[in-house]
Design a protein around this ligand. Structure first.
Ligand code: SAM
Length: 177
Protein backbone atom coordinates (compact mmCIF):
# COMPACT_ATOMS: atom_id res chain seq x y z
CA UNK A 1 0.00 0.00 0.00
CA UNK A 2 1.66 3.23 -1.19
CA UNK A 3 1.19 6.04 1.32
CA UNK A 4 0.23 9.54 0.23
CA UNK A 5 2.46 12.40 1.37
CA UNK A 6 -0.05 13.50 4.02
CA UNK A 7 -0.43 9.96 5.40
CA UNK A 8 3.36 9.63 5.57
CA UNK A 9 3.49 12.87 7.53
CA UNK A 10 0.70 11.68 9.83
CA UNK A 11 2.47 8.37 10.44
CA UNK A 12 5.79 10.09 11.18
CA UNK A 13 4.00 12.25 13.75
CA UNK A 14 2.24 9.22 15.25
CA UNK A 15 5.57 7.41 15.57
CA UNK A 16 6.93 10.32 17.58
CA UNK A 17 3.81 10.68 19.77
CA UNK A 18 2.76 7.12 20.65
CA UNK A 19 4.25 5.24 23.62
CA UNK A 20 4.28 1.46 23.85
CA UNK A 21 1.69 1.18 26.63
CA UNK A 22 -0.79 3.51 24.96
CA UNK A 23 -4.41 2.77 24.15
CA UNK A 24 -5.21 4.59 20.90
CA UNK A 25 -8.57 5.34 19.31
CA UNK A 26 -8.61 5.12 15.52
CA UNK A 27 -11.82 7.08 14.89
CA UNK A 28 -11.97 6.20 11.17
CA UNK A 29 -10.76 2.66 10.53
CA UNK A 30 -11.32 2.60 6.74
CA UNK A 31 -9.18 -0.13 5.21
CA UNK A 32 -7.18 -0.48 8.42
CA UNK A 33 -3.82 0.89 7.27
CA UNK A 34 -3.54 3.50 10.02
CA UNK A 35 -4.46 0.90 12.65
CA UNK A 36 -1.90 -1.51 11.17
CA UNK A 37 0.79 1.16 11.46
CA UNK A 38 -0.24 2.02 15.04
CA UNK A 39 -0.41 -1.66 16.05
CA UNK A 40 3.41 -1.76 15.98
CA UNK A 41 3.68 1.24 18.29
CA UNK A 42 0.87 0.97 20.86
CA UNK A 43 -0.52 -1.59 23.28
CA UNK A 44 -4.10 -1.52 22.04
CA UNK A 45 -6.18 0.15 19.32
CA UNK A 46 -9.94 0.61 19.41
CA UNK A 47 -11.06 1.43 15.87
CA UNK A 48 -14.43 2.63 14.58
CA UNK A 49 -16.13 2.69 11.22
CA UNK A 50 -19.76 3.01 10.18
CA UNK A 51 -19.34 0.74 7.13
CA UNK A 52 -19.39 -3.02 7.22
CA UNK A 53 -17.18 -2.99 4.11
CA UNK A 54 -14.50 -1.10 6.06
CA UNK A 55 -14.63 -3.59 8.93
CA UNK A 56 -14.35 -6.52 6.50
CA UNK A 57 -11.50 -4.94 4.52
CA UNK A 58 -9.66 -4.17 7.76
CA UNK A 59 -10.00 -7.73 9.05
CA UNK A 60 -7.89 -8.72 6.01
CA UNK A 61 -5.40 -5.84 6.49
CA UNK A 62 -5.07 -6.63 10.19
CA UNK A 63 -5.03 -10.43 10.01
CA UNK A 64 -1.50 -10.65 11.43
CA UNK A 65 -1.99 -8.32 14.42
CA UNK A 66 -3.96 -9.05 17.58
CA UNK A 67 -4.18 -5.70 19.36
CA UNK A 68 -6.78 -3.94 17.19
CA UNK A 69 -10.53 -4.12 17.99
CA UNK A 70 -12.69 -3.13 15.02
CA UNK A 71 -16.08 -1.71 15.98
CA UNK A 72 -18.95 -1.17 13.56
CA UNK A 73 -20.29 2.07 15.03
CA UNK A 74 -19.86 5.79 14.66
CA UNK A 75 -16.92 7.29 16.54
CA UNK A 76 -19.34 9.62 18.32
CA UNK A 77 -20.33 6.60 20.48
CA UNK A 78 -16.74 5.80 21.50
CA UNK A 79 -17.54 6.26 25.22
CA UNK A 80 -19.67 3.10 25.09
CA UNK A 81 -16.55 1.07 24.24
CA UNK A 82 -13.53 2.81 25.75
CA UNK A 83 -13.14 4.64 29.05
CA UNK A 84 -9.41 5.25 29.07
CA UNK A 85 -7.25 6.22 26.10
CA UNK A 86 -4.02 8.10 25.47
CA UNK A 87 -4.24 9.28 21.88
CA UNK A 88 -6.62 9.58 18.94
CA UNK A 89 -6.31 9.62 15.16
CA UNK A 90 -8.96 10.72 12.66
CA UNK A 91 -8.26 10.21 8.97
CA UNK A 92 -11.29 12.01 7.56
CA UNK A 93 -13.19 11.60 4.30
CA UNK A 94 -14.43 8.51 2.47
CA UNK A 95 -13.24 4.96 2.06
CA UNK A 96 -10.87 5.22 -0.95
CA UNK A 97 -12.10 1.92 -2.39
CA UNK A 98 -15.76 2.43 -1.45
CA UNK A 99 -18.83 4.63 -1.89
CA UNK A 100 -17.49 8.20 -1.94
CA UNK A 101 -20.88 9.53 -0.76
CA UNK A 102 -20.30 7.91 2.65
CA UNK A 103 -17.93 10.33 4.29
CA UNK A 104 -17.16 11.80 7.66
CA UNK A 105 -19.26 14.90 8.36
CA UNK A 106 -18.46 18.17 10.07
CA UNK A 107 -21.15 17.77 12.71
CA UNK A 108 -20.26 14.24 13.83
CA UNK A 109 -16.51 14.87 13.68
CA UNK A 110 -16.78 18.02 15.77
CA UNK A 111 -19.27 16.50 18.24
CA UNK A 112 -16.81 13.64 18.82
CA UNK A 113 -13.81 15.95 19.09
CA UNK A 114 -15.70 18.10 21.56
CA UNK A 115 -16.34 15.05 23.80
CA UNK A 116 -12.69 13.96 23.54
CA UNK A 117 -11.33 17.39 24.35
CA UNK A 118 -13.75 17.55 27.31
CA UNK A 119 -12.55 14.11 28.52
CA UNK A 120 -9.09 15.69 28.64
CA UNK A 121 -7.54 12.18 28.58
CA UNK A 122 -5.67 12.04 25.29
CA UNK A 123 -2.10 13.39 25.13
CA UNK A 124 -2.72 14.08 21.47
CA UNK A 125 -5.47 14.08 18.86
CA UNK A 126 -4.31 14.00 15.25
CA UNK A 127 -6.78 14.79 12.46
CA UNK A 128 -5.98 14.37 8.75
CA UNK A 129 -8.25 16.76 6.81
CA UNK A 130 -9.12 16.49 3.09
CA UNK A 131 -10.76 19.73 1.95
CA UNK A 132 -10.79 18.91 -1.79
CA UNK A 133 -14.24 17.25 -1.84
CA UNK A 134 -17.51 19.05 -1.00
CA UNK A 135 -18.17 17.63 2.52
CA UNK A 136 -14.45 17.85 3.25
CA UNK A 137 -14.51 21.54 2.44
CA UNK A 138 -17.32 22.12 4.98
CA UNK A 139 -15.58 19.89 7.53
CA UNK A 140 -12.32 21.81 7.08
CA UNK A 141 -14.02 25.20 7.44
CA UNK A 142 -15.88 24.15 10.61
CA UNK A 143 -12.83 22.45 12.13
CA UNK A 144 -10.68 25.54 11.61
CA UNK A 145 -13.33 27.50 13.53
CA UNK A 146 -13.66 24.84 16.25
CA UNK A 147 -9.93 24.71 17.02
CA UNK A 148 -9.87 28.40 17.88
CA UNK A 149 -11.65 27.61 21.14
CA UNK A 150 -10.00 24.46 22.50
CA UNK A 151 -8.99 24.44 26.17
CA UNK A 152 -6.15 22.21 27.54
CA UNK A 153 -4.50 21.56 24.15
CA UNK A 154 -1.95 23.34 21.97
CA UNK A 155 -2.95 23.38 18.32
CA UNK A 156 -0.64 23.01 15.31
CA UNK A 157 -1.56 22.96 11.62
CA UNK A 158 0.78 20.93 9.42
CA UNK A 159 0.87 21.37 5.63
CA UNK A 160 -1.93 23.95 5.90
CA UNK A 161 -1.85 26.86 3.46
CA UNK A 162 -4.62 29.45 3.61
CA UNK A 163 -4.34 30.27 -0.09
CA UNK A 164 -4.15 26.71 -1.47
CA UNK A 165 -6.77 24.01 -0.92
CA UNK A 166 -4.68 21.00 0.07
CA UNK A 167 -4.75 18.11 2.53
CA UNK A 168 -3.44 19.00 5.96
CA UNK A 169 -3.13 17.81 9.53
CA UNK A 170 -4.51 19.30 12.72
CA UNK A 171 -2.50 18.26 15.76
CA UNK A 172 -3.92 18.87 19.24
CA UNK A 173 -1.36 18.16 21.92
CA UNK A 174 -1.23 18.58 25.67
CA UNK A 175 1.41 21.15 26.63
CA UNK A 176 3.61 22.98 24.17
CA UNK A 177 4.13 21.67 20.63
C1 SAM B 1 -10.28 8.15 4.70
S1 SAM B 1 -11.15 6.74 5.34
C2 SAM B 1 -10.05 6.25 6.64
C3 SAM B 1 -8.76 5.63 6.16
C4 SAM B 1 -8.22 4.60 7.11
N1 SAM B 1 -7.87 5.14 8.40
C5 SAM B 1 -7.18 3.68 6.54
O1 SAM B 1 -6.06 3.60 7.07
O2 SAM B 1 -7.47 3.01 5.53
C6 SAM B 1 -12.48 7.45 6.28
C7 SAM B 1 -13.40 6.40 6.90
O3 SAM B 1 -14.23 7.07 7.86
C8 SAM B 1 -15.42 6.34 7.95
N2 SAM B 1 -16.44 7.13 8.67
C9 SAM B 1 -17.26 8.08 8.20
N3 SAM B 1 -18.03 8.57 9.20
C10 SAM B 1 -17.68 7.89 10.32
C11 SAM B 1 -18.13 7.93 11.67
N4 SAM B 1 -19.08 8.79 12.06
N5 SAM B 1 -17.56 7.09 12.56
C12 SAM B 1 -16.59 6.21 12.17
N6 SAM B 1 -16.13 6.13 10.90
C13 SAM B 1 -16.67 6.95 9.99
C14 SAM B 1 -15.74 6.03 6.50
O4 SAM B 1 -16.66 4.96 6.41
C15 SAM B 1 -14.35 5.72 5.94
O5 SAM B 1 -14.12 4.33 5.94
Amino acid sequence: MKKSKIVRQAHDLLASLIKKNDIIIDATLGNGYDSLFIAELAKEIIAFDIQEQAINNSKETLKDVSNVSCILDSHEHYQKYVQNYHGVVFNLGYLPTGDKRITTTAKTTIDTLYKMVSDNLARFILVVVYPRHPEGQIESRDLLEFIKYIPNYSVKLINYNESIIQDYIILLKKGAI
